[in-house]
Structure formats: structure tokens, C-alpha cells
Write a new protein. Structure first.
Lengths: 453, 321
């Protein structure tokens, strides 16, 4: 594989990261593994003692686990849409961050479904989902959607990796033999021949075209697990688009945070620049406005219509004695904060955008909690139960431990993957100083865009 | 108490005969039943595996099977009882929260005290409205939201109107519980406690026994008893005849003491279905609490404190913190 000087420079800059596995990396890996081990113990308790060890009960049948499921799966869908759009629109500044978006897609679509499995009472019967599927059930739709999406996102990431893998293979890296062999195997003999380039770009384009609508479909299907029930706060026609937007929005935030982390850790200042933060910040701001609009529509129509059952949920959400403060946090930090930070030029800085994105991601997690729990705590018939744990949901330590273990798994996969491939893809990189000239040139043919000389 | 005057066995036999009368009505087309104790031979033959390993065919009337042992195969349990369309009518004017239905149900299904398949709620429809006791089983909806969402066909709708659960199929995702607008379903959060002989039974959707950890369960209208011509234990146990159980096809419902026309009852007493606007089409009808036999306080005064706490909000709103 031939690289131009700028690409070669980018590769040399990151070369050490895929060659060495330093002490710092070991520290993080062991730290994450400790949390995963704690999660494994909590899971063991849940399996051996039953779901009684969680805070879930007959009224609030789903808790933290499904909140995490929505959260991670949302990140995944967002990553695919962002990577797909950046790829299809051939956004030159987007090249260095596409890999991060795709890594987020694959990792969260692996971590997310684990959480819905944790809601399942009988692990030993999971094969029933395939042996006795019922096509009417939104849960079956979701099983099909997530599996399809998983396959698509792995392929999408892999195709984007092929050229880089060929670079690693040919670079005579100082790495163990198995890793060298793995690169060679995964690079599937890519040499940069014209026909190879053409095939690769066509497959990537096709997959990007597939992944964008697929993400929208699967995010909607996820929302329909809730939207298809008759419950207030869930049974809403805007739930599909609401979840799509929410997923995209939180994914944008996580991408900004991931960019910041790798920029610092791997000294990628030259490749992930302020432009990336500001541009993604603008996207985040637009999504915040859209998400805020949806949230407002949802609350406002329910409140104004004031049907009895719906009002009960709205009252809980806005009552300071129940979820009022959380609702305030979710909307102030989850919608207003990113808009303000990005809109005001003085605060439009890398650090502040990242902080806003991080807080917004937290707030959106809380928002998912507010979608799930208050609705489940509001059945049509009064509960009339003296067991407090049946009336109000409180997450127990196994649930929190498993939640942290999920986050640790997410970070662990990120850490490991960043040691296998360069965080900034090298082969498709364009020198930003030359980009200005490129924009005035006529659109090059497909097989030429791959490697501008 | 009216209920205590009955000798338990006598009462059971009597009810059995009443129920049998209902069953025979279908065959004869008239109500000319001799309440005889002789076992009628039913034309239904049952294939059994003898201890010698041979398949023998026996008239089902001669089967002396053990209680809670399923009569039908799992496959048949998904079909339902031919020609039936079970329906229940709950007379709210008669309920005084005696809670005999609950204990009978718990006992028959080996449910622990806190896991109620049948609950009695205290409802008050509006601020100025009068509170009333509201027994609630599974509504066995004709458009069941729970069945729609089950990903593995563990809960299903039968031809006879019942919604049952195969607890060996159920994966415990609890989607049905989230979907049911009536909070009917309960989950085995921990390993359920049961006598050893019940634990050893072969699971069947009609008996719902033995209960299994990590699966969903709910009121099943006791189809195993219906096959034997018996009424569900809640119907039998009620001292006030609140529950009428029967067959919509025959247009007959009985509370164990009187057998009446279903349509006539609904027509005369303005029967309604709970939350009709949800479109779930329940198979349980309610008769409004008009001309009540007991003041609502009767069901509250003598309750133990723990139960009183459940209804305190409505009965003693002033005491509310």
C-alpha cells in the first residue's frame, strides 16, 4: 500500500500505539476487568437467586437494564448514521473521526443487547426466540433488527478498515507474529489495484446507503417496544422519530467525548482539530434543538390534553417531590446546555464543548430513565400494595454494578480496539491544507477519490 | 355467616352438580338434568400409556386422576375446550372485600400470600364518587395486548376465549407485563415455594403448576377445573355470590347458587367492561355497584393493619400524610 506524505506522517505518528501495549494500557485494562468481574459476580447472583436481587418488581418490570439497553443501542445507531453520512457526503474534515464513530457503532451494538438479556428471567431459554418466534411481537422485530444491524455495522467497519489493514501489513511493524498474521489475513490481499479500489468503494457506498435507513428503522423498532403498548408516556406516535433523534443526539455527544479522550491520550491534536469539535458541536446543537422540540411536543400535548392516565405520568415527571428535579436536569443539561455552549462564540471551545457533550450524555441517560420508570410506576389501576419495592422502583447494587460493568466493557473494547487499529484512519486521510484547492476541482471519479495523490 | 352454614363437602357436590347441569345442557339442549351421583359416560376417549408400555383407550369419565394433574396434552391445552366461550360477570353490588376469593385462589394455585392472581382493589372513580370494592382477575381479553407482544408464543389465546401461559416456553422478558393495562400478570422473581408433589408435576398451561422461577403467571380461569365441570375456586369461595362464571355460547353463567342468562344479566344490570376504551375486549363484565348489599366500610373495618394500609388513601383521606 502506498501512502502519500501526509498519510505516511499520520501513520508514523500513530505507529507506536499499535505496536506497544504500555503500562498505562495495562492499568486501564485491569481496572475495567475488575469492574467486569464485579458485574459477573452480580450476574451470578441474579442467575442463582433469581431476579429478586434486582429492584424490579411486578409493576416496574424493567429498570436500569433496559435504560442501558436503549442508551447503548442508541449510541450504536448514531455512530452508523454519522459514519454513513460523513462517508456518503465525502466530507473531507470527517475522515479522521469516521473510525471512532464506527468503533462506537460496533462496540455499543455488542454491549447494548447484553442489557436486554439481563431483563430476561430465563437465560436457559433464549433459543426460544429463534425456535418459536412470533412475528407480531415488537420484541421479535427488535431481535431481527439488532442482529441485522450488528452484521451490517461489523461489515461497515471492516470495509472501512481494509485499506488501513493493508498499510499495517506492509509497514513492517515491530509486533508479534500472530498480530502480523492477523493483519495479513484481514487485509484479504488488498494491494491497491484499480479493480480492488473500485470494488471497495462501491461496497462501502452501498453499505453506507443501507446503514443509514437501517439505523432509522432499528431505532424506531426499539421505540416500538414501548410505543406499541397502551401505556401513557409510551403509547405515542412520535416515539419512533423521538428515539431516532435521541439516539443520534446522544451518539454525537459520546463521539465528541471519545474524540477528546483520544486526542489527549494519543496526542492527535494535528488530526482531530478544533474544527472537528466545532463542526460536531453545530450538529449537536441542531440535534439538541430537534430533541427539545420533540420533548416539548410530547409533554405539552399530554399536559394540555390532560387525559387522566397521561396526566398522572406528567404530574409525576414535573412534581419536585417525585421526578421534578430529574426532569429539570434532563432538559436543562440535556437540551439547553449544549445549545448555549455552542451558540455563544466565547464558549465555543474544545474543552467546553466536550464538557457540555459529556453532561448532555448523562442527562440523556437520565431522560431514558424518565421515559421508562415513571410510566411503569403508573398503572391504570391503583397499585394498592404495601410493599414499597413494588410501588417505587429503586435500583439495587447488582443492577448498578452490572451497569458500571457495561460501561467498563464499552471502554475496554475501545481500549483494545485502539491498540489494533489506528484511531485516525491513515489511508483515506487528506491534508487539510490541500483541501481548499480540492473543493474547486470537479468531482473526481469514484476510483480516484480513494487515494488522492 | 351464610357461608359457614354449608358443609364443605355437601357444598362442593352441590356445586359440582350445578356445573354438570350446565355442561349437560349443551348436549341435551334443555335444563332437564337429574342431579344424579352416577358418573355419566362421556363419548371422549383418552389414549393412555399403561405400565406395561401399551397404549390403551379409556373413556375419560373413568379416569380417576389426581388433582392438579393435567388432563390434556400441552398441544390440546393450546386449543381450548371445544364449543366453549368462557365469560365472567362480577357483581360489584355484592362485594364486601371478604377476600375469600383471594385465599381460595392462592390455595388452589399454591401461590404465596403476597402473590395475588386475584386482587380486590378499592376504586373511587371521581372525587365525589362513592368508593367500591373491585375484584379483578385476568380479563382474558379477546384482543389481548399481552399475547400480541409475546416474542415466543408462550402466552396465547385459545378458542374458548382463555388467555393462558406455557411457563416452560416463557423466557421471562416481562414484555406482557408491561403491555397489560390491568397489571394482571405476576412474575416469579425468586424460586417459588411449593410442596414436593406439586413441584414434581408435569407442567401444563391448563394447571399452571408447578410455578417456575423467572417466568410470568396470572389468573387462568382454572380450565383444568372447567374440564371436570367445576367452577373456579374464587367463584365457589365467595360468600356473597359476586362472581358468575359460565359460557357465552350457552348464554349461561352461574355463581354456584343461581344460574342465569348471561345476556339478560348484562341487560338488566347494565353490565360493562372495565376500560372499554382501550379496545382490549375483556371477557370479564362488571355489574355496577348500585343498590349495594353492604356498605363499603364493611370490607375495611375488620382488616388487619397491613391490608388496611392498602386502602387507607381512599377510606381515610384525612389520615393521609
Amino acid at each position: 500500500m502506498e501512502l502519500n506524505s501526509y498519510q505516511q506522517q499520520a501513520f508514523n505518528h500513530q505507529r507506536a500505539e499499535i505496536e506497544k501495549f504500555g503500562k498505562k494500557n495495562w492499568f486501564f485494562v485491569i481496572f475495567f476487568l475488575c469492574w467486569i468481574a464485579a458485574g459477573a459476580y452480580a450476574l451470578y447472583l441474579q442467575i442463582s437467586k433469581g431476579h429478586g436481587v434486582t429492584g424490579m418488581r411486578d409493576n416496574v418490570v424493567w429498570g436500569l437494564f433496559i435504560v442501558n439497553f436503549i442508551f447503548f443501542i442508541g449510541l450504536s445507531y448514531a455512530g452508523a448514521i454519522i459514519a454513513g453520512v460523513l462517508h456518503l457526503l465525502k466530507v473531507p474534515w470527517g475522515r479522521p473521526i469516521v473510525r471512532l464513530a464506527q468503533m462506537m457503532t460496533v462496540i455499543s451494538v455488542v454491549v447494548g443487547p447484553v442489557f436486554i438479556l439481563l431483563c430476561v428471567g430465563r437465560f436457559d431459554r433464549l433459543h426460544h426466540l429463534f425456535f418459536y418466534p412470533r412475528i407480531q411481537s415488537p420484541m421479535t422485530w427488535d431481535v431481527m433488527a439488532v442482529i441485522t444491524f450488528f452484521a451490517g455495522s461489523v461489515l461497515f467497519l471492516y470495509l472501512a478498515l481494509v485499506k488501513d489493514l493493508a498499510v499495517y501489513r506492509d509497514a513492517k511493524l515491530n509486533i508479534p507474529k500472530w498480530k502480523q498474521r492477523l493483519y495479513k489475513f484481514l487485509a484479504i490481499g488488498y494491494r491497491g489495484a484499480a479493480s480492488q479500489k473500485r470494488h471497495l468503494i462501491i461496497s462501502q457506498n452501498l453499505l453506507a446507503i443501507i446503514m443509514i435507513p437501517l439505523s432509522i428503522i432499528v431505532a424506531s423498532i426499539l421505540s416500538w417496544i414501548f410505543g406499541m403498548t397502551l401505556r401513557p408516556g409510551w403509547h405515542s406516535t412520535i416515539f419512533g422519530p423521538y428515539f431516532v433523534l435521541g439516539a443520534l443526539y446522544s451518539g454525537c455527544g459520546v463521539l465528541i467525548v471519545a474524540m477528546w479522550v483520544y486526542r489527549k491520550m494519543y496526542n492527535l491534536d494535528a488530526y482531530i482539530t478544533k474544527k472537528h469539535f466545532v463542526n460536531l458541536g453545530y450538529i449537536m446543537m441542531m440535534l439538541a434543538a430537534g430533541y427539545g422540540y420533540f420533548t416539548f411536543s410530547e409533554y405539552f400535548t399530554n399536559w394540555f390534553g390532560s387525559a387522566k392516565w397521561e396526566s398522572e405520568v406528567i404530574d409525576k415527571l414535573f412534581n419536585p417531590k417525585e421526578y421534578g428535579w430529574w426532569t429539570l436536569f434532563a432538559n436543562a443539561a440535556g437540551i439547553l446546555l449544549p445549545i448555549l455552549i455552542v451558540a455563544i462564540p466565547a464558549t465555543r471551545k474544545i474543552s467546553l464543548i466536550t464538557i457540555a457533550a459529556f453532561i448532555m450524555v448523562m442527562a440523556l441517560w437520565v431522560k431514558r430513565y424518565l421515559i421508562i420508570v415513571p410510566t411503569l410506576e403508573t398503572p391504570a389501576l391503583p397499585m394498592q400494595d404495601t410493599r414499597m419495592e413494588y410501588v417505587k422502583y429503586t435500583a439495587t447494587w447488582p443492577e448498578w454494578t452490572l451497569t458500571i460493568a457495561g460501561v467498563a466493557t464499552f471502554l475496554l473494547f475501545f481500549t483494545l480496539m485502539a491498540k489494533f487499529v489506528t484511531v485516525v484512519p491513515v489511508s483515506g486521510l487528506e491534508d487539510p491544507h490541500l483541501q481548499h484547492n480540492h473543493q474547486h476541482e470537479p468531482e473526481p471519479a469514484a476510483n480516484q477519490t480513494v487515494q488522492p495523490a | 355467616m351464610q357461608h359457614d352454614e354449608f358443609n364443605d363437602n355437601g357444598r362442593r357436590d352441590f356445586l359440582k352438580n350445578v356445573a354438570m347441569a350446565t355442561a349437560v345442557t349443551a348436549a341435551c339442549g334443555s335444563l332437564t338434568c337429574s342431579c344424579s351421583s352416577k358418573k355419566p359416560t362421556v363419548a371422549q376417549k383418552v389414549k393412555l400409556l399403561s405400565p406395561e408400555g401399551e397404549i390403551v383407550e379409556i373413556d375419560s369419565a373413568y379416569l380417576n386422576h389426581q388433582e392438579h394433574m393435567a388432563i390434556v396434552s400441552k398441544l390440546e391445552a393450546r386449543e381450548g375446550i371445544a364449543g366453549k366461550k368462557f365469560v365472567m360477570v362480577v357483581d360489584l353490588a355484592r362485594c364486601k372485600n371478604a377476600r375469600k376469593c383471594i385465599s381460595a385462589c392462592q390455595k388452589w394455585h399454591y401461590r404465596p400470600e403476597e402473590t395475588e392472581w386475584l386482587t380486590v382493589k378499592l376504586l373511587k372513580d371521581s372525587d365525589k364518587g362513592a368508593p367500591y370494592w373491585f375484584p379483578k382477575q385476568c380479563f382474558h381479553c379477546d384482543n389481548p395486548p399481552c399475547v400480541k407482544v409475546c416474542p415466543v408464543d408462550a402466552t396465547f389465546k385459545r378458542n374458548d376465549g382463555l388467555v393462558l401461559i406455557d411457563n416452560e416456553r416463557c423466557i421471562g422478558c416481562k414484555f406482557c407485563m408491561a403491555a397489560c393495562p390491568y397489571s394482571t400478570r405476576v412474575f416469579n422473581w425468586n424460586e417459588p415455594e411449593m410442596p414436593a408433589d406439586i413441584r414434581d408435576l408435569v407442567s401444563n398451561p391448563e394447571t399452571n403448576l408447578p410455578a417456575k422461577v423467572g417466568t410470568v403467571e396470572k389468573c387462568d380461569f382454572c380450565p383444568d377445573r372447567a374440564r371436570e365441570g367445576l367452577l373456579p375456586p374464587c367463584v365457589e369461595a365467595c360468600p356473597n355470590g359476586v362472581f358468575y362464571f359460565g359460557d357465552e355460547n350457552e348464554d349461561t353463567v352461574t355463581n354456584g347458587e343461581e344460574t342465569v342468562s348471561f345476556t339478560q344479566l348484562i341487560k338488566d344490570r347494565a353490565g360493562y367492561r372495565f376500560l372499554e376504551e382501550l379496545g382490549t375486549k375483556p371477557r370479564v363484565y362488571y355489574l355496577p355497584p348500585k343498590d349495594r348489599q353492604f356498605p363499603v366500610e364493611r370490607g375495611y373495618e375488620n382488616l388487619p393493619d397491613k391490608l388496611k394500609d392498602r386502602f387507607r388513601d381512599i377510606m381515610e383521606p384525612a389520615a393521609k400524610k
